[in-house]
Design a binder for this molecule. Sequence first.
Ligand code: PLP
Length: 217
Amino acid sequence: MALQDIEARIAKACEGAGRAREDVTLIAVSKVQPDARVEAVLGEGHRCFGENRVQEAQGKWPGFRERFEGVDLHLIGPLQSNKARVAMELFDAIHTVDRPKIASTIARLADELGRCPDLFIQVNTGEEAQKAGCLPSEVDGFVAECAALSLPVRGLMCIPPVDEEPSLHFALLAKMAKRNGLSGLSMGMSADFERAIALGATHIRVGSAIFGERTPG
Ligand SMILES: *Cc1c(COP(=O)(O)O)cnc(C)c1O
């Protein structure tokens, strides 16, 4: 089964990098996958999943959570302010905090709810116009702003440009995290998670390599 193959590849990449397997969290990205495939992976005992739309996650995860204990759910897609409350109630971690407005909304809701998911700041390492994330030049200032709001920022996240060597982006992200005293690195997907592990990823987000290709719609 695909999950076991991925587990074996992660173990090998950790070994090659001299890292402990438990220092890398595998987020199985279940967006747009049929419920039966997600259930199969839950049935194998995996509990950490990623979704990139709040509404889609809201439709499927409360039901899975009733049937499977210990689900750890990560939001890896864009977050709008009007969905922030639902997202904070549903997710254990949010990887896409990328601007002051959403940071202050999260801080206000965290006060109200009495809890806050673990947060990652998304960085647009390739400075792509169409892509979310704060710019590399803004990272240090934004980390400081989040700290001033007492937000539980655990690390940085990036999605490298499709046509560039991802390792350069992973290395850049690792450098920015280090100088900001952040230990979490959310980076690496199906095509490049081994390279991400070699460069220090603590959270890899793997979808199609586990579940198969996503069927559109
Ligand atoms: C879909 C998605 C992934 C998983 O992509 P695969 O190539 O299927 O592994 C990882 N990260 C983000 C932000 C995604 O949207």
